[in-house]
Design a protein around this ligand. Structure first.
Ligand SMILES: NC(=O)c1ccc[n+]([C@@H]2O[C@H](COP(=O)([O-])OP(=O)(O)OC[C@H]3O[C@@H](n4cnc5c(N)ncnc54)[C@H](O)[C@@H]3O)[C@@H](O)[C@H]2O)c1
Length: 334
């Protein structure tokens, strides 16, 4: 396949995907939004001709000139659109969270398996430069064995929650918290048990907790913590700290530096290292590049349907634990 030909559906955050695809040299074969104003705005912004603009995604399903679809519509519709494009033989890059229910993630896994096409879930934090560097420092042993990992998703939703985000199924722990959960799964593996508390203080528009803290048990030697606040009074961040037997790393997705503490063989502390890092918390170009490379080379995508589903499963377990007051063991049997 010389040049990947892509349709982008849903044109608010979806515009980042137009830029991501264009930034990798892909061809934008079609854009689609059911809202004509959003469609016109994106079409003009990216100079996409009228004949490539659509309001109904079903018109795109059987077009031979489309190899892949990027699904950036509200979460409740991820299953419908992803399954439709997969069944039509297209590769799919679906926004996070993959879906809001176990029934939907299971249906999407079946559709991906049956299609023989690539299905990637857009867990974009795996392409955030600071977190890519953190992954490198974990994998190359700089931090030693991790014994505690913490991350948070702190983002004030006060002005953006009065829509499909207020659906009780679209709890903040799934909607935004999936970023922090997925990051810890990527760095530390699958937690075997979670326990959580939640509170509702800041977002009167939603029927669910707007702050949740969860402790995670990865294995007998490794613990974790996730904090999600969707009403917080501060700038957006995913402050993340990784504690290992040989070092500690403090980083987030919105700071130009990260701090690395290490010790020598004699266990004496080195001077803390301040590592400069590019700030790019929505690295859609790298995400699309990774999706396109997997298609081109026939290699697995970084976050396939099962990876996306496991992250949703941990989020759902956290919500269940906060509601029941009991520890919950995520079920990874997909
Ligand atoms: N990766 C990230 O960091 C990130 C950031 C923001 C949003 N998102 C995800 O992206 C998705 C979209 O979020 P958003 O903030 O752009 O939402 P939004 O509500 O601002 O925009 C959704 C767009 O999709 C359109 N749309 C809805 N149903 C459609 C359909 N059936 N066919 C065509 N168009 C349709 C709407 O008209 C709207 O323009 C969500 O899944 C969200 O979770 C991810």
């Amino acid at each position: 396949m010389e040049q990947l030909s892509v349709a982008v559906i849903g044109l608010q955050f979806g515009m980042a995907h137009i830029e991501g695809a264009m930034g990798c040299g892909a061809e934008i074969a079609a854009i689609c939004d059911s809202n004509e104003e959003h469609l016109r705005f994106a079409g003009e912004r990216y100079t996409i001709p009228e004949e490539k603009r659509f309001t109904d995604y079903r018109e795109l399903l059987h077009r031979d000139d489309i190899d892949a679809a990027v699904i950036a519509v509200p979460d409740q519709q991820h299953r419908e659109l992803s399954c439709a494009f997969l069944a039509a033989g297209k590769h799919v890059l679906c926004e996070k969270p993959m879906a809001l229910t176990r029934e939907d993630t299971e249906a999407m896994i079946l559709a991906a398996d049956a299609s023989g096409r690539q299905m990637m879930v857009g867990q974009i934090c795996r392409f955030t430069p600071a977190f890519e560097k953190a992954k490198e420092l974990v994998d190359n042993g700089t931090l030693g064995d991790l014994y505690f990992l913490e991350s948070e998703y702190a983002h004030d939703y006060m002005k953006i929650v009065d829509n499909w985000r207020a659906d009780p199924l679209r709890h903040g722990v799934i909607g935004g918290g999936c970023h922090a959960v997925d990051l810890l799964r990527w760095l530390g593996g699958d937690p075997q048990e979670v326990f959580a508390y939640g509170t509702k203080r800041l977002l009167p528009q939603v029927p669910y907790d707007d702050a949740t803290v969860a402790v995670l048990k990865f294995d007998d030697k490794t613990m974790g913590k996730v904090f999600v606040s969707t009403g917080c009074k501060r700038d957006y961040t995913m402050r993340t700290v990784l504690y290992g037997t040989k070092g500690t790393l403090i980083c987030d997705n919105t700071s130009p530096t990260m701090t690395l503490f290490t010790v020598g063989d004699d266990d004496m502390a080195h001077e803390p290292e301040i590592i400069p890092v590019e700030v790019n918390n929505h690295n859609a170009v790298r995400e699309f590049e990774s999706f396109a490379a997997a298609i081109r080379e026939g290699q697995p995508v970084l976050t396939d349907a099962r990876e996306g589903a496991k992250t949703v499963e941990v989020c759902r377990s956290i919500i269940e634990s906060a509601a029941s007051g009991k520890p919950v063991r995520p079920d990874y049997t997909f």
